[in-house]
Design a protein around this ligand. Structure first.
Ligand code: HEM
Length: 180
């Protein structure tokens, strides 16, 4: 996992919780490098899992809620760092439908060692989009937050639900996004 994900996670912990909570979870997670990450480095994704689990224990907040909160924060940072991707999209569904075929493709050019998930989509109507997610890292709760952050960015109200599904014979997580 790219270091940028770690540095953004730590920023979120400082912002939403405190410096003390950050110190506490770094200690608790017992990380190989004591929590020193550079944005361009690449680290074992289990380390971010350990940090999120430690934060869940310290804050008594459920893991899925924390990952979704982090996803929303991360989306806000993507808006600042990569405004062109958002400006080019005509609405939230247009943006979300282009993650796999365009946005993550561009990300891979910037960070050739990025480990990105696969997304497939089916648009049922202008108010209902299904996205199928496949990743060995199982960050579906992070994806929920990224999708919710996307809806908020495009000033669109709606709900995101998650279920287990199959895409072309392979296990996948399905997100159903319904706009109000
Ligand atoms: C401009 C927008 C976006 C940018 C620049 C971006 C970039 C990235 C980067 C740099 C990573 C880390 C890769 C690694 O650590 O090796 C990542 C991972 C990920 N991205 Fe995106 N992303 C964007 C939008 C989204 C959106 C809207 C979603 C949700 C639908 C999404 C879903 C994910 C997930 C779930 C991961 C974690 C890795 C995994 O699940 O396997 N991304 N993305």
């Amino acid at each position: 996992m790219k270091g940028v994900v770690f540095t953004e996670f730590m920023d979120m912990v400082e912002e939403v919780f405190s410096d003390d909570v950050l110190d506490e979870i770094i200690e608790k997670a017992d990380l190989p490098n004591d929590g020193a990450y550079t944005t361009v480095g690449t680290y074992d994704h289990q380390e971010i899992v350990r940090l999120v689990v430690a934060l869940s224990e310290t804050s008594n907040m459920p893991l899925p809620d924390l990952l979704a909160t982090f996803g929303k924060h991360l989306l806000g940072q993507f808006v600042k760092g990569y405004p062109q991707f958002f400006d080019e999209a005509k609405d939230a569904f247009d943006f979300l439908s282009n993650i796999d075929s365009y946005i993550h493709v561009e990300v891979l050019k910037l960070y050739p060692d990025a480990e990105l998930p696969k997304f497939y989509h089916e648009q049922h109507s202008d108010k209902h989009l299904s996205m199928y997610y496949q990743s060995s890292r199982h960050f579906e709760d992070l994806a929920v937050g990224l999708i919710e952050g996307t809806l908020a960015h495009f000033n669109t109200e709606g709900t995101v639900s998650k279920s287990e599904a199959q895409w072309q014979g392979e296990d996948a997580i399905k997100f159903d996004i319904h706009l109000n």
